[in-house]
Write a protein of this length. Sequence first.
Length: 302
Amino acid sequence: MTRRGGPGSAASLVLVGLVCQEVGASFAVMLFPQTGPLGIVMLRLLFSALLLLVIARPRVRGHAGSAWRSVVGFGLVLASMNGLFYLALERLPLGVTVTIEVLGPLTLSILTATGLARWLWAGLALAGVIALGAGGWDRLDPLGVLFALGAAVSWALYILASARVGREFPRLDGLALAMAVGAVVALPFGIWQAGPALLRVDILALGAAVALLSSTIPYALELVALRRLAASAFAILMSLGPATASIAGFLLLGQRLSWLEILGIALVIVASIGAVLAAARRSAGARHPGPDAEEPLSEPVG
């Protein structure tokens, strides 16, 4: 009897999840005139937290103080990562924003690597950033770039924080609780920026759709895929995020990129894949730094 599904179908699930993330990000950009970036961040985190709490039904008793501190820290990272990402999206094309953000986990992989190969991947990533700028630094809003770099740092911190929470809490419990913390942190900023728009049913429905597309569906698909894919293969597929973001930005938002910007995105993707493959060769069977196998290895921020 053949086993249903395999690496090919699992890879398809990851790619569908990536597409959902970027479609969700595109919807979020469309909502900016009504809610502002911080308003949609609040809606995304709030609805994501509610969905995860219903799905995971986390146990709140019996955890040490250190575990709760880890959850609070994780929640703060989630709020800052999403907030900075959407603030960058307000000023930069989707593909460029995701490419800059990917530099966070890529840098973490390079810093924790050994050998000369890591300098090759670092050099490729740097060349990618230079190519993005060569496409016209005047087209890249400086504040938007700073926000995207802040999101990149937050994503690297997310990887470290999620690994710790994954050791402290079973399954999705820690992620659900941290998402709730992030939603509480984002609440006053979202209310301040979105104001009366939050009373509109259509805005709330679209905010729920962004949460569903950007978090819930990708989480579910990734959890299924991770049972059939090696962690390194999963990480390689996730490295394609800048490409899917660029395509979504072009098709849904009409954001055109110069050929140099496309080259820069491609170089960052190659650097990410190279860093992942180098890590896999260093330690066959070693896990990508992230949460437990039952949890997604990366928070979708697109």
